[in-house]
Design a protein around this ligand. Structure first.
Ligand SMILES: NC(=O)c1ccc[n+]([C@@H]2O[C@H](COP(=O)([O-])OP(=O)(O)OC[C@H]3O[C@@H](n4cnc5c(N)ncnc54)[C@H](OP(=O)(O)O)[C@@H]3O)[C@@H](O)[C@H]2O)c1
Length: 438
């Protein structure tokens, strides 16, 4: 009888995926089970799990927990209240499992940003329709509680901008490139050796992972649909040691930033390496740490820094969602009903203003700099500083230009003209100088 009452009171959880995050979540739930029961007023109980390899050796105890070979079966189990999707991937089994679990009236907790960035609206609509909850604190910033902060704690604010270092792999590579001066390939190899980067690092270093996270944050901050296709994305493969040396001399760090800002003319969302002033709190966030900076009209500037990935930190966020569910906390996944979310207008290129750092490789001869300056003058781009690095007759030398504020369309027009000069050896490379407002 006692057991019966206990099992009716428990929040009954199924874990799909027992890898880095699934395994750490299971361990955390087991280690702190007494504390959860005390704080939620009822136990959180893992009743079933699913993974790809049933016979794979696992560093945790699955005694008394059912193992499903087909993860989709978790969606149909009558003894499950919440399915925790910790498999990953923007489509396939993760997608099917989340949809079907919500259709069955269960709640879903997921850390899957790739899935939410593209299917977040349909999943939220299913949750609304069938009465489940969709929770995803672990999808952005790992252990940093940014989803709840924006969706719930900052309700008294109009958020005007949200930006952050959203990918620990990129941040680690940039830190190594700055400190060791070894170049992108060397830094990437070190990140792979330490397990910070995948064998195929493209989702991280080409900016897609950060873009998934950014569009989730933008949707919550500005009350619009998550729109991954509207994020402009640049990776960090083109950065060289010249950029790090010049950025330092100019008073900047180089950080891979995701930035979303709301303007009358539309929403700007971009992920790209940027020059960040040494005075910014983001400039000193190094290695694998993540950081998110928000501007709210009531609270002012807010910065959250912490472990953006890793088993324990991310499991902390997954478990936070489970505790909310155990307590009976209910909230619209995107902060308001799906029908109230509108597709945001994209800010046109000519409205996207900023200052830029431009790196050129040019022939070291008289008149070259004058030609470049003339093009910038004709496009009404004013130069804040122009620096030629070293001397090298008959070879190319780097020239660094810092512009005053202009718009992106004008900048691109000028760079296209500069690229055509005979004295310019390779495609001009530019980095946005972050101002935390454009
Ligand atoms: N790793 C991080 O630091 C981190 C941080 C934040 C968010 N996330 C997100 O968390 C999720 C999980 O990431 P992870 O790093 O834990 O991945 P992972 O270590 O690769 O684990 C994936 C798990 O999914 C299982 N799996 C794969 N295909 C399956 C299938 N068809 N059916 C059932 N199970 C299947 C695997 O089973 P086997 O164990 O049998 O191979 C494994 O247990 C992803 O959405 C990721 O983006 C990860």
């Amino acid at each position: 009888m006692t057991t019966q009452i206990q099992s009716e009171k428990s929040l009954r959880v199924a874990l799909a995926g027992l890898g880095t995050i699934g395994g750490a979540t299971l361990r955390l739930l087991q280690e702190k089970s007494d504390s959860f029961e005390q704080h939620c007023g009822r136990p959180i109980k893992i009743v079933a799990v699913a993974a790809k390899g049933r016979t794979r050796a696992r560093a945790f105890d699955l005694t008394g927990i059912d193992f499903e070979d087909d993860a989709l079966k978790l969606a149909f189990r009558e003894d499950v209240d919440v399915v925790c999707e910790l498999i990953g991937g923007g489509s396939g089994i993760a997608h099917t499992l989340c949809e079907e679990s919500l259709r069955q009236g269960k709640s879903v907790v997921t850390a899957n940003k790739a899935l939410l960035a593209v299917h977040g609206m349909t999943l939220a609509a299913l949750a609304e329709k069938h009465g489940g909850q969709l929770m995803f604190e672990a999808a952005v910033g790992g252990g940093i509680p940014i989803i709840k902060t924006i969706r719930e704690s900052l309700m008294g604010n109009a958020v005007t901008s949200v930006q952050g270092i959203l990918n620990g792999t990129c941040n680690y590579i940039l830190t190594r490139m700055r400190d060791d001066k070894g170049g992108f390939d060397v830094a990437l190899k070190e990140a792979q050796r330490l397990g910070y980067a995948e064998a195929d690092p493209s989702a991280d270093v080409d900016g897609h992972d950060s873009a998934h996270k950014l569009c989730i944050l933008a949707a919550l901050a500005f009350g619009c649909e998550p729109d991954f296709s509207a994020v402009s994305i640049e990776g960090l493969r083109q950065l060289t040691s010249v950029d790090f040396d010049c950025a330092r001399d100019l008073g900047y760090s180089i950080k891979m930033l995701g930035t979303a800002s709301f303007h009358e003319a539309g929403l700007a969302q971009r992920v790209c390496p940027c020059l960040v002033s040494h005075a910014s709190p983001l400039a000193s966030v190094d290695d694998v740490l993540n950081a998110i900076q928000l501007e709210g009209d009531a609270v002012g500037s807010l910065v959250l820094v912490g472990a953006g990935a890793g088993g324990k930190a991310t499991a902390s966020a997954v478990v936070g969602d489970l505790v909310d569910l155990a307590r009976g906390h209910k909230v619209n996944p995107w902060g308001c009903p799906v029908s109230d979310l509108k597709k945001a207008k994209i800010l046109p290129e000519k409205e996207r203003r900023g200052r830029w750092y431009i790196r050129l490789h040019v022939t070291d001869q008289a008149g070259v700099l004058a030609d470049i300056a003339a093009i910038l003058r004709d496009e009404a781009i004013s130069i804040e500083s122009l620096l030629q690095q070293g001397r090298g007759p008959k070879t190319s030398v780097p020239v660094i230009i810092v512009t005053h504020e202009t718009n992106e369309a004008t900048l691109h027009a000028a760079l296209a003209k500069i690229a055509k000069l005979d004295s310019v050896w390779e495609e001009p490379f530019c980095l946005r100088i972050d101002t935390n407002k454009d």
